[in-house]
Design a protein around this ligand. Structure first.
Ligand code: SAH
Length: 371
């Protein structure tokens, strides 16, 4: 590194012979010292650059507009804008600036978004611990436009959801599970559903829309469950058939097994159990535990929708953990769908690490009829 540079400054990356290779954002505190903006060392990292990258990303999402008015417009490296997340909730944009480079150009990026999109507010939710790795403190609040109401109403696959953009998880809603909620709805007819780690009821509402007989939603956050109930009311879902239960999924699944309860469909969508490589073993045990309990609670022929959103959990290992859980629960399972993040969270061919969400829809085989 030549000279003293502020975090986020644009630098030229050269090879050993001094030949310029690319332009990137410098981050002195991060293990990732430079994130590439452009492999053309002669380009300018200016307003026109950001505007064109943003425009490409936004246009790529156009085909999604019919089924929802909430989507991820910019997904960091996958859209060649490392460290930048932009989510749209109706007429509000919620942004995260997660790298020194994205943070350095914040006001320019906000200006471009204002010019490219008709929105009422641009709000920041960079209140994430990952910013510390870039030497940045957490930051949130209004960036442009009018102060958005705390609750923004969105629609997705025919359902309405309230999203708390100021205090909700991530930027407010788990947009990445959109396609999987639709898949679940298609398998819910007549089933008794247990929705674990329900947050504001995403999968639970989808199950009801798909004709589920009843849904029990479990989450440790009372606030999330309150919103799940009000989301159900908003969609005129019969409250007798849609209930919420506050508590720890790990212990409640055990209690339900002791009480010999059973279900036709179980969703396991836990939070990220693995933040760094040291946590893989511990995370693996946690996944094993809940999947084992869920298999026991599932009736033969029932379906398990099981997920891991830990990017550091390899697909194959996750499959083995779930297979082990079935073995210990003394049942057989068939993977009938392999699940992943929705298409507005694309994976660039040269950045496979962006594929963080993985899941399976598994049918518990009825061994009474063979095997
Ligand atoms: N399926 C949801 C997203 C789940 S996010 C959707 O599609 O919208 C994970 C949720 O798990 C969070 O709401 C968090 O409050 C909850 N949670 C975390 N640990 C938990 C635990 N041990 N028991 C119950 N809920 C937990």
């Amino acid at each position: 590194v030549e000279g003293e540079l502020p975090p986020g400054a644009t630098v030229i990356i050269c090879d050993a012979a001094g030949q310029a290779l690319a332009l990137g954002a410098y981050s002195p505190t991060s293990q990732i010292r430079v994130r590439i903006w452009s492999f053309d060392p002669h380009s300018d990292i200016d307003k026109a650059f950001f505007k064109s990258r943003l425009q490409v990303a936004i246009e790529a999402r156009n085909d999604l507009m019919s089924s929802t008015n909430a989507q991820r417009l910019v997904f960091s490296e996958a859209d060649a804008l490392p460290g930048l997340i932009v989510d749209r909730y109706a007429d509000v944009l919620v942004c995260q600036f997660l790298s020194a480079g994205a943070d350095f150009h914040k006001s320019l990026i906000v200006e471009c978004l204002q010019e490219l999109l008709a929105c009422n507010s641009i709000y920041e939710r960079s209140d994430v611990s990952a910013r510390a790795k870039e030497g940045l403190s957490e930051s949130s609040g209004l960036l442009s436009g009018e102060q958005p109401s705390e609750i923004v109403l969105i629609r997705e696959n025919g359902l309405s959801y309230q999203v708390n953009i100021r205090e909700g998880h991530k930027t407010g809603f788990y947009l990445d599970q959109r396609d999987n909620r639709a898949m679940l709805a298609a398998h819910s007819e007549g089933r008794e559903v247990l929705n674990c780690f329900s947050y504001t009821g995403g999968f639970g509402l989808a199950a009801m829309a798909g004709g589920a007989k009843r849904v029990i939603n479990i989450d440790s956050s009372e606030q999330s469950l309150q919103m799940a109930s009000s989301n159900a009311a908003l969609n005129k879902i019969d409250s007798e058939r849609f209930s919420v239960m506050a508590g720890d999924v790990f212990s409640l699944l055990r209690e339900m097994n002791t009480a010999q309860q059973d279900f036709d469909l179980i969703v396991l969508d836990p939070p990220k159990f693995i933040d760094n490589k040291q946590q893989i073993d511990r995370g693996a045990r946690a996944y094993k535990d809940i999947n084992l309990q869920a298999f026991k609670l599932l009736r033969p022929g029932g379906l398990l929708f099981t997920f891991s959103c830990s990017g550091l959990m390899p697909d194959r290992l996750f499959q083995k953990i779930v297979a082990d859980a079935a073995l210990d629960a003394q049942c057989q399972g068939q993977i009938i769908h392999q699940l992943k993040q929705a298409g507005d969270h694309p994976v660039s061919l040269n950045f496979p690490e962006a594929a963080y969400l993985k899941g399976f829809c598994i049918r518990k085989v009825n061994t009474a009829h063979g095997y």
